[in-house]
Design a protein around this ligand. Structure first.
Ligand code: ATP
Length: 642
């Protein structure tokens, strides 16, 4: 669908009666306003006033369980604006990047997600790198933190510039017709920046705000940012200001140049000498918590200011008009339709990014290599070398089963933890991209699994190789390596499913460790053969879901199937439940292993598939912290399904 805009209003956005609440708590009180093309609007207010919630509501997003009402529109004819519609870009507070990609690659990826071809995206990335002043670090890894003179990583200010470039990457769409009425600026997105200066020093903060302002002017588009308390240098760059008091009540909305006169008219004169107007205004709408009397006085003052603002009506809250239902609005401009990549194209892009992130992280890969190989050697030292006689020594059975159990558990834990860690780091980036409906959760999980899980499997195979060489197990090397790889894959997939369900790294760990402990508890086989009884009910179900159980049963089969046992004199006393067993098959029976080798392997493969499927379903149904709210005459929550 191509929506047409009136010439005079292109690049501005308006809202009417916009309000956000959760249950009976009002996060943003109903309000109307506008942000004008080429002008920078700052949403200011004390902490918790609702600045971020308002910004997200303007972007068509709502916190979980929140109800959004009101209208947001881009022109009298444009009914719907937002990040999901492709005509707004939201620069979230503190969203990390993929650390192994360079800024140039990161911008290029963002442009390709917007639908540009590889060549066009590369051209766009080169231009944007120059435009936002990142040429000197364009081909350096983004990194996880700034490492000073080592040439690694970007500073906080550079990361904000990169976020800005990503937000506007790909907005000039080549496939759209080029007509005089279709100049580049009408295709620019409204830029919404949530606290773009947080954590930056005065100089860097001013530079980032200056860049935001310049981009808004050059693209002839409204720019809105939330800001806590701008310093004088930043205050001077702000064209319009929306002051929000506690409860998201508007206290002033209009030109920055008029705010002090307006507030003075209400009896609050700013002592101009040496006072930053922003400090004065924030003090005026903040509630002091020191004493009840002072807090009450502050609340009364803020209520009076909010009442005065409301009494001014919409003219004080900037020029605002309701969306027209007529399609005849004279001169027309064209707004970009919402775009969505094909799932295949999105899969290829996501696979490429995940592959780069995994394969380029040499330090982590080297550490994994050393740790996995070291673990194999320590297993060898702990269990020693089993004799390679035709018949197995009965006394070695419990050691063999113990070795296989500990090996299985180690590979399972490593696989799951690694997946949880990687997923937690990406969660915010994915949330931002999914809010813009660039790809589905299933596509993300599929691409990630294909790019990352093979390396988990390979490290587990290396462990198996070393253990096989050091311990001389009867299990053929291919079986040992295959089963170690498979258990690592199944548990890495489990890590993906848990990572998809929880909001951050801490909760991922808090959930992932107990889940794996449970699988260990229900999957473990007593090497002395004393737990041959069948558990019942819940335990049986849990056992059926334990990848450790399946892997261990298959490994025991590979080690003991068809083996003959030889018993040294005096050994029987130490053999416990295995004392009477004279063959590998009898040991398997004493260990309570009823599935065949084939059934156990198939069970493990089925669990791998089940975990991947669960990750995809959870990604589709679980919401990012802000979910999609459709802005219209009456906004309604629409569950995100992308
Ligand atoms: N998902 C949510 N559910 C319930 N309440 C929420 C949710 N998200 C935010 N809030 C509440 O909404 C209010 C406004 O939050 P918001 O993050 O918009 O404040 P802010 O003005 O941006 O503050 P700061 O400057 O500290 O970032 C706060 O009281 C916050 O606790």
């Amino acid at each position: 669908m191509i929506t047409e805009l009136a010439d005079s209003d292109a690049g501005s956005i308006h809202w009417h009666g916009l309000a956000v609440s959760v249950g009976s708590q009002v996060l943003v009180a109903p309000q109307s306003g506008s942000a004008h093309a080429g002008r920078l609007l700052a949403v200011m207010g004390p902490s918790g006033a609702g600045k971020s919630v308002l910004l997200h509501a303007l972007a068509g997003l709502a916190p979980a369980r929140a109800v959004v009402s009101g209208s947001v529109w881009g022109s009298p004819d444009a009914e719907s604006v937002g990040v999901a519609e492709g005509n707004m870009a939201l620069m979230e507070q503190d969203v990390p990047f993929f650390s192994e990609l360079t800024p140039r690659e990161t911008i290029r990826f963002a442009a390709e997600l917007e639908g540009l071809s590889g060549a066009a995206a590369a051209k766009e990335a080169a231009a944007l790198v120059r435009r936002v002043g990142l040429e000197h670090v364009a081909d350096r890894k983004v990194g996880e933190r700034y490492l000073g003179g080592t040439g690694q990583g970007l500073s906080g200010g550079e990361q904000r510039r990169l976020a800005l470039a990503c937000a506007i990457a790909g907005e000039r769409h080549e496939s759209l017709p080029s007509t005089p009425a279709f100049s580049s600026h009408c295709r620019a997105k409204t830029l919404l920046a949530d606290e773009p200066t947080t954590g930056l020093d005065t100089f860097q903060a001013a530079e980032v705000v200056q860049l935001l302002r310049e981009l808004g002017i050059a693209r002839n588009c409204a720019t809105i940012m939330t800001i806590h308390q701008p310093r004088s240098s930043v205050w001077g760059m702000i064209d319009d200001v929306l002051l929000l008091g506690p409860g998201g009540r508007a206290v002033y909305s209009g030109p920055t140049s008029a705010v002090l006169t307006y507030i003075a008219g209400l009896g609050h004169e700013c002592p101009r000498e040496g006072v930053n107007p922003a400090d004065f205004l924030i003090d005026l709408i903040s509630v002091h918590t020191g004493s009840t009397a002072a807090a009450e006085e502050d609340m009364c003052r803020i209520a009076r200011l909010a009442g005065a603002c409301a009494a001014q009506g919409e003219p004080r809250q900037a020029a605002c008009f309701l969306p027209s239902t007529s399609s005849d609005s004279g001169s027309k401009r064209t707004l970009l339709p919402a775009r969505r990549l094909s799932e295949l194209r999105a899969f290829c892009l996501l696979f490429g990014r995940a592959w780069m992130q995994t394969s380029r992280d040499k330090a982590t890969n080297f550490a994994r290599l050393v740790a996995t190989a070291g673990l194999g050697f320590i297993f060898g030292a702990q269990f020693g070398t089993f004799d390679s006689a035709e018949a197995l020594s009965a006394g070695s059975i419990s050691s063999r089963v113990a070795l296989l159990s500990f090996g299985c558990i180690s590979m399972a834990f490593i696989g799951e933890m690694r997946a949880l860690d990687r997923f937690a780091k990406e969660k915010k980036v994915i949330g931002r991209e999914r809010a813009a409906c660039h790809y589905s959760g299933a596509t993300y999980v599929a691409a990630k699994a294909l790019a990352e899980l093979p390396s988990d499997g390979l490290f587990a195979c290396l462990f198996a190789l070393i253990v096989h060489l050091r311990c001389g197990l009867r299990t053929p090397l291919l079986d040992l390596a295959g089963l170690c790889g498979l258990i690592a894959l199944a548990c890495a997939a489990l890590g993906l499913a848990i990572g998809a369900a929880v909001p951050n790294g801490e909760r991922a760990m808090a959930t992932g460790v107990p889940v794996m402990s449970l699988h260990m508890l229900t999957g473990i086989i007593d090497p002395a053969g004393s737990a041959a009884h069948q558990p019942s009910g819940v335990m049986l179900t849990l056992r059926a879901l334990s990848p450790i159980r399946y892997a261990l049963e298959a490994l025991c089969h590979a080690e003991l199937d068809g083996a003959k046992l030889q018993r040294s004199p005096g050994e029987a006393a130490k053999l416990g439940g295995l004392a009477m067993a004279s063959s590998g098959d009898a040991v398997l029976a004493r260990l309570g292993i009823t599935r065949s080798y084939r059934e156990a392997v198939l069970g493990l493969v089925a669990l791998l598939a089940l975990h991947l499927l669960a990750a995809m379903i959870i990604m589709a149904f679980f919401q990012p912290s802000f979910r999609r709210a459709r802005a219209g005459r009456r906004a309604q929550l629409v569950p995100l399904r992308c």
